[in-house]
Write a protein that binds this ligand. Sequence first.
Ligand SMILES: [Zn+2]
Length: 222
Amino acid sequence: MGTLQHPVLQYRWQVKETNAGAQLVYFGLRNPPNHTGNIIPLPRELADRLQLLDGRTAAKDLPSDLTDHEMYARLIEEAIIVEAHEIRQPSTRDNFQQCVRCVTNDYVLPGLEFDANGLCAFCQCYELAERSGQGAIMQDGITDEDLIRTSSENTGSRFDVMVLYTGGKDSTYLLWYLAKKLRLRVLVASWNMPYTNDTCRENMRRAMRVLPDVEFVERTLP
Ligand SMILES: [Zn+2]
């Protein structure tokens, strides 16, 4: 390739060392068809070399085992490696991109990508699902019978469903409905964070008392 003058990793792409080896990770949501490709396994030698992309070093001064690497061309093609002046800046409260259709924006969801028309990655995935026939489930919804049947077929897990629980009235009702009314095996996941008010905390404590068979997990955010 070698078409870039000062190559650099695009905003929110980072090389990470994990138990599974080195990976290139995108902190955000990519446009389809790359929306499931947030993690790209890296060969060891390439992971080290990518650290050299600082946006100041000219491409011609980079080692050829990087610029000649087969993955290097692919990363440029996917705009994961870009020209230094093309690197996106973090959005701010006063300067962000809002989806032309829905309420999401890249300030609340950093790294959310948009297509050329300003449609966010979520809305693009929605359209894809509709076209592929998965839309039926979105149009008709999932019935109680669907859930109960899925539960009865589910022998490989301790849980049938997970509820992301805030302690607000919507998720509290959903939790009660799934656990008590439909008798599904519910895993409740919630965040302990500064924005959780006392009413929600009290609702969570009451839900635990009222639903002793339901398993709750909580993660604390700084
Ligand atoms: Zn959208």
